[in-house]
Design a protein around this ligand. Structure first.
Ligand code: ZN
Length: 106
């Protein structure tokens, strides 16, 4: 299992560097091979789309991956930009918890 700052799909993260510094968004995809994440409305480029079977040709906004080190997780419990750690509960279940407030994160 990759450490990947323990960020998962659907987490909310804040960008801390680059052209989208300060933006927050939902993680759409985690690419473990390159340690990158695709975030909603972050690092968006205009992409020319060719006409396909079920779509019109045109220009679409496409979010491109950015490196995991450029983002911080936003804790849903304390709302701080932080990172998550993992721990194993007494019943053997693995959970994530917030480094800032210590609360368990789903
Ligand atoms: Zn927290």
């Amino acid at each position: 299992m990759s450490t990947m700052a323990n960020i998962k799909k659907n987490d909310t993260v804040r960008v801390i560097t680059g052209k989208d510094k300060g933006k927050t968004g939902k993680v759409l995809r985690v690419i473990t091979d390159t340690e990158k994440v695709v975030i909603e409305n972050v690092n968006v480029y205009k992409k020319h789309q060719k006409q396909g079977q079920n779509r019109e040709a045109g220009i679409v906004d496409k979010a491109m991956p950015i490196h995991i080190s450029n983002v911080r997780a936003i804790c849903p419990k304390c709302a701080k930009a932080t990172s998550f750690r993992r721990k194993v509960l007494s019943d053997g279940k693995r959970v994530r918890f917030c480094r800032a407030c210590g609360e368990t994160i789903e």
